[in-house]
Design a protein around this ligand. Structure first.
Ligand SMILES: C[S@@+](CC[C@H](N)C(=O)[O-])C[C@H]1O[C@@H](n2cnc3c(N)ncnc32)[C@H](O)[C@@H]1O
Length: 246
């Protein structure tokens, strides 16, 4: 589906360091190649090829990560949301929504339902991250009237128990660096999910940890997707369902 929204650049510092480091290595490698072997630093010439090879690795990784943020994750989002059978009246929560990738994708499926995105809007996790940038994306995608944004931490969701039909989270929970914090966030997600509700946690790390926490929280049908390499490091989605009320 074509998008008018800008979903930002993930891990901007990593992409910038890889691109600048790659360019520096490429320049150094080229200079070493063209230097006469008799010059003062001519003894470094055997390193030229290694520098150029490393630069290609850095630049290619930066390129793939840029493509992942701009194209790959939209495709992955659309494929993932298409696996849900939507009624249109669901209440959906996107945990760590950033610029609103999953939030907007889910909101497009709703008619009478509502989607809520929560985030701390950390700029080191996504370039230009802010509630205002996400609000602009909601407006551009024509879903603003059925979406609400809240400033809050995934580890302490300000919602009652059992009120969401679907909880989504994409590339957000690994940004909580302590395992206890990630476990707390998964428990919070399970708490706010309705009996019979569904969860999908997409991330580049910690899939086994999320699956374990979901099982510990008595979630059913816990399963993992095949890995996807849009951010080089494998992205895996962990799905689960809360058992229906007895
Ligand atoms: C890489 S971005 C991904 C954003 C969005 N889900 C996407 O797929 O484009 C990670 C997001 O997680 C948010 N985040 C990090 N730690 C958080 C926390 N403890 N609670 C809520 N959001 C958090 C960041 O502010 C950022 O918006």
């Amino acid at each position: 589906m074509k998008s008018k929204a800008d979903y930002g650049l993930d891990a901007p510092l990593v992409v910038r360091r890889l691109a600048l480091g790659g360019l520096a290595l490429l320049c150094a490698g080229i200079v070493l190649c063209i230097l006469p072997a008799t010059s003062q630093i001519g003894w470094l010439r055997p390193w030229a090829l290694r520098g150029i090879t490393a630069s290609i690795g850095c630049l290619a990784t930066a390129g793939v990560m840029f493509w992942g943020s701009k194209v790959g994750k939209l495709r992955l989002r659309d494929r993932l949301l298409a696996t849900f059978s939507w009624r249109g009246d669901e209440r959906v929560l996107d945990v760590g929504c950033g610029h609103g990738l999953m939030l907007i994708g889910a909101a497009r499926q709703l008619t009478t339902g509502q989607a809520i995105g929560i985030d701390l809007w950390k700029k080191e996790d996504q370039a230009g991250n802010s509630a205002d940038a996400t609000r602009e994306n909601l407006r551009r995608e024509g879903v603003a009237e059925r979406v609400e944004l809240r400033d809050c931490d995934a580890r302490a969701l300000p919602f009652e128990d059992g009120i969401f039909d679907v909880v989504l989270s994409s590339w957000a929970l690994h940004n909580i660096y302590e395992p206890a914090g990630r476990a707390q966030a998964v428990r919070e997600i399970c708490r706010v999910l309705k009996p019979g509700g569904r969860v999908a946690l997409t991330d580049i790390r910690h899939a086994s940890e999320y699956a374990r926490e979901l099982r510990l929280a008595s979630m059913g049908n816990v399963r993992r997707s095949w890995p996807n390499f849009i951010f080089v490091t494998p992205t895996v989605t962990v799905f689960a369902e809360k058992p229906p009320a007895p």
